[in-house]
Design a binder for this molecule. Structure first.
Ligand code: G3H
Ligand code: 13P
Ligand code: ZN
Length: 334
């Protein structure tokens, strides 16, 4: 059954992004796959009055079922109101859509925003496929994110060993031809918990901690200059908090040399035309760290609520921290 996102109480990204670019902050785009993640995201957004993007990957859709996810998002809007958030601004977004059919299906199923990620295709094919998705989505007032440049690591089934930074000289032509509403660019972030090898990092002589190479802010600046005020998106923006990596490892995990993007770099990006910052791995780490700790300390527990409750609390704490201390989106949706 077809449904419009408007009937579900969701919003698209148009107004939200325009405000964020102007205001020098970024909207959190948190991936979710299950109820506990969704509860934590909505509680965090409602408490901080932050607009929020609920992201569903193709993998999440296969894991949880598209219909269920749609009603979970609708439920999230009602839950947010119940929590005292008078005008919740919640987007349901397809993350890394890899075909026209998938994007169309999400538009028809109540998503308010879709990403068509044709970044691994040759330029002209990327333009063609993105334009086709935009044509359909805009008929339904659904906004579209596209991508130029390739991120290292895994993007659902698309994987690349190396990243190719976005070429600023291509962005005007791409946006003009595709009419996309926002553009994901590659400036050195990547997906997952292993964004850099220790060899790529330097060691801070004071703290002894590994410091990853800086993001390519020169590329971001050049893109901003070409497309003044146009909404830019940053994928692969988990910071991989050391405390969660340590907690996982302490309680039986094996996450050697997990390294993310330092938060001060993301803070800097959020103040620019970057108006959407994608975070998935940090939520996975928070959840897994809390579950591991709880089960190690309470070996007799077998009721999932016993270990998922602290996991949910840990994720909520992490989301609130990102919203207030990294993205600056708190108080922007009252
Ligand atoms: O971009 C990738 C997101 O973290 C989603 O990951 O495809 O494993 O759900 P997934
Ligand atoms: P992380 O793996 O850094 O959380 O990135 C998530 C992402 O970009 C989802 O599209
Ligand atoms: Zn991504």
């Amino acid at each position: 059954m077809k449904v419009s996102f408007k009937e579900l109480g969701l919003v698209n990204t148009r107004e939200m992004f325009a405000k964020a670019v102007k205001g020098g902050y970024a909207i959190p785009a948190f991936n979710f796959n299950n109820m506990e993640q969704l509860q934590a995201i909505i509680q965090a957004a409602a408490e901080t009055k932050s607009p929020v993007i609920l992201q569903v990957s193709k993998g999440a859709r296969n894991y949880a079922n598209q219909t269920l996810l749609r009603y979970m998002a609708q439920g999230a809007v009602e839950y947010a109101k119940e929590l005292g958030w008078k005008k919740p601004q919640i987007v349901l977004h397809l993350d890394h859509g890899d075909s026209y059919e998938l994007c169309k299906s999400c538009v028809d199923f109540g998503f308010s925003s879709v990403m068509i990620d044709a970044s691994s295709l040759p330029y002209e094919e990327n333009v063609k496929l993105t334009r086709k998705v935009v044509n359909y989505a805009h008929k339904h007032d659904v906004t579209v994110e596209a991508e130029l440049g390739v991120l290292a690591g895994v993007e659902d089934e698309v994987s690349s060993a190396v990243s190719h930074y976005t070429k600023p000289e291509e962005v005007i032509d791409f946006v003009k031809k595709t009419k996309c509403d926002s553009l994901a660019i590659s400036i050195g972030t990547s997906h997952g918990a292993y964004k850099f090898t220790p060899e790529q990092c330097t060691r801070d002589p004071k703290t002894g901690k590994l410091v990853p190479p800086p993001l390519a802010f020169d590329v971001l600046k050049a893109v901003e200059k070409k497309l003044p005020g146009f909404p830019i998106v940053l994928h692969g923006s988990s910071s991989v908090p050391q405390e969660y990596v340590d907690m996982c490892n302490q309680y039986g995990g094996q996450l050697p040399n997990a390294i993310g993007i330092p938060e001060e770099q993301l803070r800097k990006a959020a103040k620019s035309a970057v108006c959407k910052i994608n975070i998935d791995s940090d939520s996975r780490l928070a959840m897994t760290a809390a579950v591991r700790k709880h089960l190690a300390e309470n070996p007799s527990h077998f009721d999932p609520r016993q270990y998922l409750k602290p996991a949910r609390e840990e994720m909520k704490k992490m989301y609130i921290h990102k919203i207030i201390n990294v993205l600056g989106s708190n108080g922007k949706a009252r």
